[in-house]
Design a protein around this ligand. Structure first.
Ligand SMILES: Cc1cc2nc3c(=O)[nH]c(=O)nc-3n(C[C@H](O)[C@H](O)[C@H](O)COP(=O)(O)OP(=O)(O)OC[C@H]3O[C@@H](n4cnc5c(N)ncnc54)[C@H](O)[C@@H]3O)c2cc1C
Length: 453
């Protein structure tokens, strides 16, 4: 039984007489730990019908390129196999996701969709809800606490969201056992793309081929679970105290898998919470990032649909303070291209940029430094915001995520507070290379990036 707070009826009415319940899978690209899928199976069992899963493969997703699509399709191929074992056929079709869903919904009794928080994802769902002839139910499965249960407005900071999320944790941190499907859809004759040859499918898409797939992060829930196992065995104990050190590899590396919905945040949270030998402060520190910080990004994009514009993403106090520094002399000005090619005079920044270019994932602490320096080295904060978002979303495998917009906006004061006034930064929190060197072995970090290239 799925908690009713996860469900929103987007198009009301009794189930129509169709051939199947359609699970329109778009954000939660997995067969396990997926509330939308389990809800679809429950409803299909009540109707004595099978579940058909459908995915719309658009080559028009903002900022997505070969790197992202290769990762996503590898994951989808694995998900197709996992769904098949549960008696659910996955149909992948080229086209706008809402149109693909509407087409498949032509024979459906009920359309169940999952929930991504970006504008484009919301627009797809709205179109499908208005135009579908059958009822449309949305189920939120990529958060621990549904966004509107946690809060009814855009939160000021993690501190203001934390209490609201924590109050619901016992209710939502509940295992989600798979519901056996009474009828299977494997025999249904519904045409779609062939996922067994991902390279051939990639060639059909009109996408930017210049950003190459990365070896370090193969897509798929099996690889996500390997990362999770490694994190529990080798990294969690030190997570609270040492994860910020970029020369140590103590992050979980789960963000690309979370971004594409290839693993459920619930599965990760339950596994970490039940790690018996881990220090309690390590478990707490990790759950703070995975739940409070991550869901703050969802809260931001959900309640602020202009999350990608400087004027609306960056708080008033920060924009006013930065505007007062407009004429301050910058220590250097780099063009977007110089930044992209990692051609600055700062070897730590260049290493971080190269880490992102080559591995598709920059260390969290370096992301903060990276964004702050772009602000310092660009002619205006508006330009800095644009460049940082563009580079982040082009190269990070976990880019184009609510956390991408929240993370970049954070560098400009979002979810933070005013600090001591300085040149260029005004009262925005400041970071510098001396701080990195004081805290961490930065030579080891730079050397480590060299060996990964
Ligand atoms: C400028 C900037 C840009 C960012 N861009 C992105 C992005 O494009 N995509 C993205 O997912 N995250 C982004 N972040 C947040 C954070 O850096 C990444 O989530 C984290 O580095 C992912 O690595 P991990 O999974 O190994 O993290 P871990 O430390 O292992 O954390 C586990 C999970 O907790 C969540 N988390 C961890 N740190 C944060 C954080 N600071 N804010 C919100 N959630 C967090 C993530 O979901 C992460 O997967 C950005 C941060 C900044 C400052």
């Amino acid at each position: 039984m799925i908690d009713p707070d996860r469900i929103q009826v987007l198009h009301d009415g009794p189930a129509r007489k169709g051939r199947y319940v359609l699970y329109w899978m778009q954000a939660s690209q997995r067969a396990d730990g997926n509330h939308a899928l389990e809800y679809a199976v429950e409803r299909a069992n009540e109707l004595n019908q099978p579940v058909l899963a459908g995915f719309g493969l658009t080559d028009d997703f903002p900022d997505a390129n070969l790197r992202h699509y290769a990762f996503m399709l590898a994951g989808l191929a694995r998900t197709r196999d996992d769904l098949q074992r549960r008696g659910v056929k996955l149909i992948v079709r080229l086209g706008r996701p809402d149109e693909v869903a509407l087409d498949l919904a032509g024979d459906a009794s009920l359309l169940v969709c999952d929930c991504g928080y970006l504008r484009v994802q919301r627009e797809w769902r709205e179109t499908a809800a208005v135009r579908a002839d059958c009822p449309v139910h949305q189920v939120e499965s990529d958060v621990i606490v549904p966004v509107e249960t946690a809060s009814d407005h855009e939160e000021y900071s993690a501190a203001t969201l934390r209490r609201k999320v924590h109050k619901h944790l016992d209710r939502f941190l509940q295992p989600l056992p798979p519901v056996p499907a009474r009828r299977d859809s494997l025999h249904l004759r519904v045409g779609g793309e062939d996922l067994s040859d991902v390279d051939a499918l990639l060639r059909k898409l009109k996408i930017d081929p210049s950003v190459k797939p990365v070896r370090e992060f193969p897509g798929g829930i099996n690889h996500a679970r390997e990362r999770l196992r490694e994190f529990l065995a080798r990294k969690l104990d030190d997570y609270a105290d040492r994860r910020n050190d970029p020369s140590l590899d103590l992050q979980s590396h789960l963000s690309p898998y979370l971004h594409f919905g290839q693993i459920s945040p619930l599965e990760i949270a339950l596994a970490v919470r039940s790690a018996r030998t881990a220090p309690p402060q390590a478990v707490e520190a990790f759950l703070e990032q995975l739940i409070v910080r991550r869901e703050l990004g969802m809260n931001f994009c959900h309640f602020n649909p202009r999350y990608d514009r400087y004027e609306s993403a960056v708080p008033d106090w920060a924009r006013r303070s930065l505007a007062r520094c407009a004429r301050d002399r910058r220590p250097a000005i780099y063009s977007g291209e110089q930044l992209e090619r990692a051609e600055t005079a700062d070897e730590y920044w260049n290493a971080a940029q190269r880490e992102m270019l080559t591995t598709g994932k920059m260390h969290n602490y370096m992301r903060m430094y990276w964004g702050k320096k772009i602000l310092e080295w660009t002619a205006s904060p508006e330009e800095a915001f644009r460049v940082a978002l563009h580079l982040n979303n082009k190269y990070e495998l976990d880019g184009r995520d609510p956390n991408s917009f929240a993370g970049v906006a954070w560098c400009f004061g979002k979810h933070d507070r005013p600090w001591t006034r300085r040149k260029v930064f005004g009262t925005i929190r400041y970071m510098n290379a001396a701080g990195l060197v004081r805290k961490f072995d930065m030579d080891a970090y730079v050397e480590g990036i060299g060996t990964r290239e």
